[in-house]
Design a protein around this ligand. Structure first.
Ligand SMILES: [Zn+2]
Length: 420
């Protein structure tokens, strides 16, 4: 199992850097960054390129499943054995970076290439997946491929989802080679996948700050979103005395500060009001209505619950203080995910074998792995993000860590392959 020396020989920082740059050029924005939205012509170009690499350079048997996921398979020595799966996504957000997604796909390419060069034949088949539409896109829906693969999405749910041009997401999935009429055939059964491991950039500053090579992800944050509406009264901004106002925006400001304060005292927890609208939005009229879109993220269910309870309390209090009426409606909710301790242990063993330092982390962003975790033992390998920046042109990961991540992936897969 001692692969450290072998790995030195076959992994290449230059090769993986070149690939990151080549994919980063597909949909590159003129002033830096990448816009490669799912189903766009750039996304399709990137998909075609990865299929060529998987087939011609890695010798994988490639198919596109009904959800449009690209799946490359490397057979194992055992017939009918469950597969060891890895992968990530190639689509990006608008004006995002070139590492979010590609680091995982190209890290997996590098890992499989290394196994090929070392002529290692695994017992279990290996599958490299490029998931469809991981990021939010023109259709306003994310993690399409991974949710589809685990049976969490249906054709009915997608039927009325269209982009601004009126193009349906079902047609978009067809355009990339999927087949909505056969969605059910793309759902993987429990037991079919022995394990799933995704390499991803950390998107947080902790690994760099702590000078660690690898993040072993303990789990993924839960997310709660809600819309708050505050009703005040529109009046002349000049002639209305300060003590006779029912200002919906002042009440909103109070609530925004409250939420910020509530989240600051909890561990692995953040909260944001990222969207706000004001009516009538005029310089000489006291605001009559404000709407706030708020989001609470926490790895701890109890923290989300407590923050929301305290926030509701504050909402009822400010009604009296500011003379406004408030209402709140939940718009989205996902529970936190805890990854398999078994997989985390294997990733840790891989780090130890390779002599890499590591940190246990909670991911505050969602990932495809979140969904695959519902049908298979799942883990994630994080690699450092410079200054924690992501979803922006300045997103950057030192290529040294791209290689370290790929090595840990290969080593983890080899350890898992030895076990039943
Ligand atoms: Zn991502």
């Amino acid at each position: 199992m001692m692969r450290k020396k072998d790995f030195e020989r076959v992994f290449s920082k230059e090769r993986i850097t070149k690939l990151i740059d080549e994919f980063g050029a597909i949909g590159a924005d003129p002033n830096g960054g990448v816009t490669r939205l799912a189903f766009s012509s750039y996304d399709i170009k990137a998909r075609e390129k990865i299929i060529r690499i998987m087939e011609n350079e890695l010798g994988l048997k490639v198919r596109i499943d009904p959800w449009g996921n690209i799946i490359g398979r490397r057979e194992g020595k055992l017939n009918n054995a469950a597969s060891l799966m890895t992968g990530s996504h190639l689509d990006s957000v608008r004006n995002g970076g070139k590492f979010d997604g590609p680091a995982g796909v190209l890290g997996a390419v590098e890992a499989i290439r290394a196994l090929n060069e070392l002529k290692i034949k695994t017992f279990h088949p290996l599958e490299l997946v490029v998931f469809t539409a991981e990021e939010p896109n023109d259709f306003g829906i994310s993690t399409v491929g991974s949710r589809g693969m685990v049976g969490k999405l249906s054709k009915e749910e997608l039927l009325n989802i269209k982009n601004n041009e009126g193009f349906s997401i079902l047609d978009a999935i067809k355009k990339i080679g999927g087949d909505p009429d056969r969605f059910h055939e793309g759902v993987r059964k429990p037991g079919e996948i022995k394990a799933f491991i995704e390499i991803h950039i950390e998107q947080m500053p902790y690994l760099e700050k702590e000078k660690k090579d690898i993040g072993i992800v303990e789990g993924i944050t839960g997310i709660h979103r809600a819309k708050v509406i505050i009703h005040g009264v529109a009046k002349h901004a000049g002639t209305t005395p300060m003590n006779e106002r029912q200002d919906a925006l002042v009440a909103a400001a109070h609530l925004i500060k409250t939420l910020n304060k509530l989240a600051s005292t909890e561990k692995n927890t953040v909260a944001t009001v990222g969207q706000i609208s004001v009516k009538p939005n005029s310089i000489n009229i006291i605001p009559s209505e404000t709407s706030l879109d708020l989001e609470v993220r926490s790895y701890h269910k109890s923290a989300i619950k407590k923050i929301l309870e305290d926030f509701y309390n504050e909402m009822s209090l400010i009604g009296k203080v500011y003379g406004v009426k408030t209402s709140i409606k939940d718009t989205y909710h996902t529970e936190p995910t805890t990854f398999s301790p078994y997989i985390r242990e294997k990733i840790k063993q891989a780090c130890d074998i390779l002599g890499f330092s590591y940190l246990n982390l909670v991911s505050m962003a969602g990932h495809d792995a979140n969904h695959i975790a519902t049908i298979a033992d799942t883990g994630m390998i994080f690699i450092p993000s410079h200054k924690g920046l992501s979803h922006c042109p300045k997103e950057w990961t030192d290529p040294i860590y791209l290689v370290k991540g790929a090595k840990v992936l290969a080593q983890s897969l080899l350890i898992l392959d030895q076990e039943n």
